[in-house]
Design a protein around this ligand. Structure first.
Ligand code: GTP
Ligand code: MG
Length: 445
């Protein structure tokens, strides 16, 4: 079933494989073959095993779309039976296909076959899943760009460069130092460092990709009673966290998802940072600090009149937020006067400054993305990152070996580079990797 279950206008049953045309012929009662490729035709769908044999009735009426191998999503013969949605009719069409000899697809099996038949590379297969799972416009844009190969082309070039380098050095092993052409060693070294910088640039895009997939981690930190939970609620537009004038109200971290200017954000409220007395509160503070350390953006919340130095560890690039600005006069009471960095003035009670705060968060996330500006759409997943790190390490070793004319070592390292990049593109893969990857897909994709 290629469409989601439930009430809907259309439901699509997709059949892929060498028997697809035969199965479609049985269900439609009409000869389906490769000559109909790329065409639709209108047909009734029949149960292959009629419920009431003496009165065989069609179960639905719809369109049939035919794709002939290799020009289909999976690369195999594919037929789409497009009937009506709902709970009964699509199930009956599916049952008709099963009775005609089809079996249910495993999760991601269509895309897995597409990969195995060379219709898309692993990066594109991952993009398919990310597009289906995308929660924001930006995430969807990114996945769509990767699906079109935006990320694969530069990777493919890197892979070709690695193969070329590896074979050049391999070849050089057959010759003595003197027999090699003038400047050979220098040109290899130069190409190794060029490839290393391409790999580095690719790695630097990893952060943006993670943000789009998992959401940016935005953490509210500050002294007890600074107004963190109130700000969380104001940003969410709902009363998610408990607010009170008692210092130490929030003891555990509270996380909630929201979208800010197209960016998926995981907003976390934390316990107020202070030298806490109780065991529970100390743990809360420890968690707050740990979160601040790995956050993409830290919001340091300070209340008017609080001019003590920042409590515990707040990262230097935190966005500074002054809370409760309805309570004070900006000209008479300004906290942390010795620190010139500006505050964003907010009030959870009046809503003042909340939009400005959102804009500042979005701008910060934009900066993270801009670090990889020229690589738009070139996202990196965890799997790809591991392969890139391996390639990077091997390139560094190769460069070292070349410096001291250790050609055999350099050849080995460059072979590892090509292997790692091949893994990244899915040219080299294990069944375990494929199973792990495609099992995360939905059925019918
Ligand atoms: N006037 C005014 N009061 C506020 C504002 N925001 C928070 N407060 C008050 O400040 C007190 C503390 O607010 P919280 O949001 O619980 O502060 P917190 O930083 O989460 O505190 P802990 O969880 O204890 O660390 C409460 O009494 C709130 O009503 C605001 O914008 N204006
Ligand atoms: Mg709180």
């Amino acid at each position: 079933m290629a469409t989601a279950p439930g009430r809907g206008g259309v439901a699509v049953v997709r059949v892929s494989g060498p028997a697809a045309f035969r199965i479609a012929s049985e269900v439609t009662g009409r000869k389906v073959d490769a000559s109909m490729a790329g065409r639709f035709f209108h047909s009734a769908f029949h149960p292959v095993v009629p419920r009431v044999p003496e009165r065989p009735q069609p179960v639905d009426d719809g369109l049939v779309l035919v794709f002939a191998s290799p020009r289909s999503y999976t690369g195999e013969d594919v037929v789409e039976l497009q009937g009506h949605g709902g709970s009964i009719a699509p199930r009956r069409v599916l049952e008709a296909c099963l009775a005609a000899g089809a079996r249910l697809a495993r999760r991601g099996e269509f895309t897995q076959r597409a990969f195995l038949n060379g219709r898309l590379d692993l990066g594109m297969a991952e993009a398919v899943m990310d597009l289906v799972d995308a929660r924001t416009e930006r995430g969807a844009d990114d996945a769509a760009a990767r699906l079109m190969g935006a990320a694969s082309r530069p990777l493919e070039e890197m892979y070709v460069a690695a193969i070329d380098l590896s074979s050049r050095v391999e070849h050089a092993l057959d010759f003595s130092e003197e027999e090699l052409p003038e400047g050979f060693s220098e040109s290899v070294s130069r190409d190794v460092s060029r490839l290393a910088s391409l790999v580095e640039r690719k790695l630097s895009t990893a952060r943006e990709g993670r943000i789009l997939r998992e959401g940016a981690l935005v953490v509210l930190c500050g002294r007890p009673n600074a107004g963190k939970s109130s700000l969380m609620n104001a940003l969410l537009g709902e009363g998610r966290a408990i607010v009170s004038d008692e210092a130490g109200t929030t003891r555990d971290t509270i996380e909630e998802g929201l979208e800010i200017d197209g960016w998926p954000v995981r907003l976390v409220d934390t316990a107020g940072l202070r030298m806490a007395s109780g065991e529970v509160e100390r743990e809360g503070v420890r968690r707050a600090e740990a979160l601040a350390a790995c956050a993409d953006v830290v919001l340091h919340v300070v209340e008017p009149g609080d001019d003590a130095p920042p409590p515990l560890d707040i990262p230097h690039d935190a966005i500074r937020v002054l809370s409760k600005c309805d309570l004070f006069n900006a000209f008479t009471q300004s906290p942390n006067c010795q620190d010139a960095r500006p505050f964003i003035l907010t009030s959870a009670h009046t809503g003042e400054g909340i939009d400005a705060l959102k804009a500042a968060i979005a701008a910060r996330l934009g900066q993270i993305a801009a670090k990889s500006a020229e690589e738009t759409g070139a996202d990196v997943t965890t799997r790809q990152k591991e392969a890139l790190l391996a390639a990077h390490a091997a390139l560094a070793s190769a460069a070292d070996a070349l410096d001291v004319n250790e050609w055999t070592i350099a050849a080995n390292e460059l072979r590892s580079v090509a292997e790692a990049l091949g893994r990244l593109l899915g040219k080299v893969y294990s069944d375990d990797l494929l199973d792990a990857l495609f099992s995360r897909f939905c059925i019918g994709k």
